[in-house]
Design a protein around this ligand. Structure first.
Ligand SMILES: *[C@@H]1O[C@H](CO)[C@@H](O)[C@H](O)[C@H]1NC(C)=O
Ligand SMILES: *[C@@H]1O[C@H](CO)[C@@H](O)[C@H](O)[C@H]1NC(C)=O
Ligand SMILES: *[C@@H]1O[C@H](CO)[C@@H](O)[C@H](O)[C@H]1NC(C)=O
Ligand SMILES: *[C@@H]1O[C@H](CO)[C@@H](O)[C@H](O)[C@H]1NC(C)=O
Ligand SMILES: *[C@@H]1O[C@H](CO)[C@@H](O)[C@H](O)[C@H]1NC(C)=O
Length: 375
């Protein structure tokens, strides 16, 4: 908690000299990821391939980040069209999946010239994002109706092709990620005031995965973002915009509200939890959209130990993934200051990502672990 308080103090100071460099920090990573340039406000749905190369989607296509204008697939190619993409995942056995929330479908664009319909999701509200089990036999989807403050979670069994709605206790469901060992499923939940758009409550809900049938069970709220922020006294420099209420843009008002917490409204947050990705040992990274922040939580410990990490150039982080040659570069995409253009920040983590590591091996299907930590 000490370091978090120190961090909050720095964030509120006008000049922020960083004395201790023990905490990793996100830095502008546009040099290595020029592929985000020109993708527009719809940038999200980051993914990684076996080599550690990173990708992202916007409304109309899937792009590699390492080069500008590096399109893998774009709307209409191969006779397949989308309403607007929001997710992507590379797999060993299922192809390259991209999700079309308003089109209610998932496409496989592994052969970009001959895309195929992977899943008809017309029963779903979206799908918003997806996460895939290590053996690639189970896929979990989040989805929501933003206006109505409602969400849902679905479980797709790849072998039986059965699509099942998962009992959901939260509000809008957005970020979704399985744990490093497939034992748990983490899903974000958020609801806002439909008049002011202020976020009223946001959290992470954790399920246990039933080993026998893959069904997520026993949903529990394991992280309350408001409590985490208040305990840390964290306020990012210069975050948010007038889309959200004034506390998010006014550090003085925020400091006053934190000082006097009698009115619960003073402590509302003005960010929206978005994409989440996990590393291969259980550390979860979660983007806080509109708040220029990623939360880093080692889920093998209590969520009170989670830390806020301020981004450098990404003010509206939508999603992230761990990539690079060793799969350890946490790379966050989103919109820049002023809700404009596209930015990307990264930092070097100590552990490869769950997705990257799983792409190296066989998901435990032969019982051999071919996936060393590359350290
Ligand atoms: C990328 O495409 C845009 C729009 O067509 C163009 O203006 C820009 O020069 C291209 N950049 C590169 C590096 O090719
Ligand atoms: C994709 O192409 C189809 C067919 O031309 C079009 O109806 C649709 O609006 C396009 N989607 C986007 C996101 O531009
Ligand atoms: C989302 O909810 C709003 C408000 O209840 C409703 O008007 C709208 O039709 C819903 N949208 C979809 C796609 O279901
Ligand atoms: C939403 O905000 C309005 C305007 O400030 C307020 O009157 C209302 O009580 C709020 N609703 C909720 C559910 O907080
Ligand atoms: C935000 O501040 C502006 C200017 O001070 C004010 O006009 C507006 O009503 C405030 N909005 C909210 C939601 O408090």
């Amino acid at each position: 908690m000490k370091s978090l308080l120190a961090f909050a103090f720095l964030a509120l100071a006008t000049a922020a000299p960083t004395g201790s460099q023990s905490e990793p920090q996100f830095k502008n990573a546009i040099g290595k990821n020029p592929g985000v340039i020109g993708l527009g406000g719809g940038i999200e749905g980051t993914s990684v391939d076996k080599t550690g190369k990173l990708y992202t989607v916007n409304n109309i296509g899937l792009y590699a980040l390492d080069k500008e204008n590096s399109t893998l697939w774009t709307n209409g190619t191969g006779g397949m069209s989308v309403v607007g993409l929001s997710s992507s995942r590379f797999t060993r056995t299922l192809g390259t999946l991209i999700g079309d929330p308003s089109g209610h479908k998932v496409l496989n664009v592994q052969d970009p010239k001959k895309p195929t319909l992977f899943l008809d999701a017309s029963q779903m509200l979206q799908p918003n994002d997806m996460t895939i089990s290590l053996d690639e036999k189970k896929i979990y989807f989040s989805g929501m109706n933003w206006t109505a403050n409602v969400g849902e979670v679905w479980y797709y069994n790849v072998e039986s092709k059965k699509l099942e709605k998962v009992p959901w206790t939260g509000d809008r469901a957005n970020g979704i990620e399985l744990s490093h060992d497939d034992a748990h499923l983490y899903v974000t939940s958020a609801r806002h005031n439909t008049t002011t758009f202020q976020t009223l409550f946001s959290s992470v809900i954790r399920y246990d995965i039933n080993k026998a049938n893959g069904m997520p069970e026993n949903p529990q709220t394991v992280l309350d973002y408001r409590k985490l922020r208040n305990d840390a006294g964290y306020f990012p420099k210069d975050a948010g915009t007038n889309m959200y209420a004034n506390l998010s843009t006014d550090a003085t008002a925020y400091a006053a509200a934190v000082k006097d917490r009698k009115n619960p409204q003073d402590n509302e947050m003005d960010f929206d939890p978005d994409g989440m990705r996990m590393d291969s040992k259980g550390t979860l990274f979660a983007t806080l959209n509109a708040w220029k922040t990623v939360v880093m939580w080692d889920t093998t410990k209590a969520s009170t130990t989670a830390k806020f990490m301020e981004l450098e150039t990404v003010y509206w982080p939508t999603n992230l993934e761990l990539g690079g040659p060793e799969g350890k570069t946490v790379t966050v995409v989103g919109k820049c200051k002023g809700n404009a253009n596209t930015c990307v920040d990264s930092f070097e983590h100590s552990t490869p990502g769950r997705a990257f590591k799983n792409l190296q091996g066989d998901g435990g299907n032969t019982g051999k672990d071919t996936t060393d930590d590359c350290s």
